[in-house]
Design a binder for this molecule. Structure first.
Ligand code: NAD
Length: 332
């Protein structure tokens, strides 16, 4: 399986990035740190300066995580057009705003400047690949490669193919993502918002109802996650979290125990109407938690916390079924 997944990744030396906001810049940082050449384009007038500043600011974090041989910020280049940015690229990420019409036409434009075997990976958070590949040349190489922010630290990337995507493109992309230190998850059935964002949306809808109905503040909602289930979710997910929490008998017991509650009105799921009042409650709730802390300081503390959490999980929890993961620590 690993052999199939890794097929083709060795050919990838230069990555082209179209769109350099939060996600495009995140790809730049991860790819540079993994020893690749990166060429990027973004039409915003301030884009190049902002992107270079973000790469420089994040580089010490990447040095701390560990740079690949030959990794250097000097291997970054910025270009005025899509054509120039993807010229000679072996793999391309599209990271423009989440609008189907914009993505469809940008992907079509990218495809005109690449040979047919070069994969075009959209960072979309939830659009269907069948739609956004529809106008591309050689649409079989268009996939979704959906990361999670900060993508230079978090390893998950969801791979989704559309009706025209080839199995080979998915396998080749999985090899590339593994090569740049990520954990590809193939979403085998095309669906809006894939897996990760559907789960986040469900939780978010419920949080919005609690705020909208005056039951909890944003601070209380965050506390209910970070001190309890969130700590487990980071390494066990929800299935194994409850399986182990139930003790002997695991999920078999847990399902029986909580079966009656499935009938109770414990969730609303459909989001409440978006009103100015709800917007203010959510935004002010987060800003109150931030206080007078600068967002850059919070970004750095988040990154440091994530690096430590990953180290602890790798040390104590069961290693992934992949080469290169450290041995789990013996229990006392
Ligand atoms: N922000 C996140 O946490 C996150 C996580 C996963 C996936 N995504 C997805 O990644 C994509 C990008 O999101 P983002 O948060 O980086 O957005 P962003 O608004 O920060 O960046 C988008 C960038 O695209 C540029 N752009 C606009 N039109 C363009 C064009 N025609 N060609 C090239 N560049 C163009 C803009 O100037 C901007 O810099 C979206 O599809 C989003 O849903 C975002």
């Amino acid at each position: 399986m690993v052999d199939t997944m890794l097929r083709g990744y060795k050919d990838i030396a230069r990555v082209g990035l179209v769109g350099g906001g939060v996600i495009g810049t995140g790809w730049a940082v991860r790819c540079l740190a993994n020893g690749l050449d990166v060429s990027m384009t973004d039409p915003a007038p301030e884009a190049e300066a902002r992107i270079r500043e973000t790469i420089a600011r994040t580089w010490p974090t990447m040095e701390q995580i560990g740079l690949a041989e030959g990794a250097s910020v000097d291997r970054f280049s910025f270009h005025p057009t899509i054509e120039a940015a993807v010229d000679e690229a072996d793999f391309v990420h599209e990271n423009v705003p989440e609008r189907e019409d914009v993505k469809t036409s940008v992907i079509a434009e990218i495809s005109k400047h690449l040979s047919a075997e070069v994969i075009i990976s959209s960072s979309s958070s939830g659009l269907l690949p069948t739609s956004i590949q529809s106008e591309a040349l050689a649409p079989e190489r268009v996939i979704i490669g959906h990361p999670f922010s900060p993508l230079y630290i978090l390893p998950l990337v969801e791979l989704v193919g559309g009706e025209q995507t080839s199995a080979e493109a998915i396998a080749k992309a999985a090899g590339y993502f593994t090569r740049i230190g990520m954990r590809p998850l193939h979403v085998r059935n095309e669906i809006e918002a894939y897996i990760g964002d559907r789960l986040q949306e469900a939780l978010w809808h419920e949080a919005l109802h609690l705020v909208n109905d005056g039951i909890a503040t944003m601070q209380e909602i965050d506390a209910a996650i970070t001190g309890g289930p969130g700590l487990r979710w980071a390494f066990m997910g929800i299935g194994m979290g409850w399986h182990v929490a139930a003790g002997e008998g695991g999920m078999r017991v847990n399902m029986q125990h909580f079966a009656p509650t499935l009938e109770l009105p414990w969730t609303k799921l459909k989001a409440p109407p978006f009103t100015e009042r709800l917007n203010d409650l959510v935004v002010e709730g987060c800003e109150a938690q931030q206080g007078d802390r600068h967002w850059l300081e919070m970004e750095q503390r988040r990154d440091q916390a994530l690096i430590k959490i990953r180290e602890v999980i790798q040390e104590y929890w069961y290693p992934e079924d992949q080469d290169g993961w450290p041995k789990v620590r013996e229990l006392p």
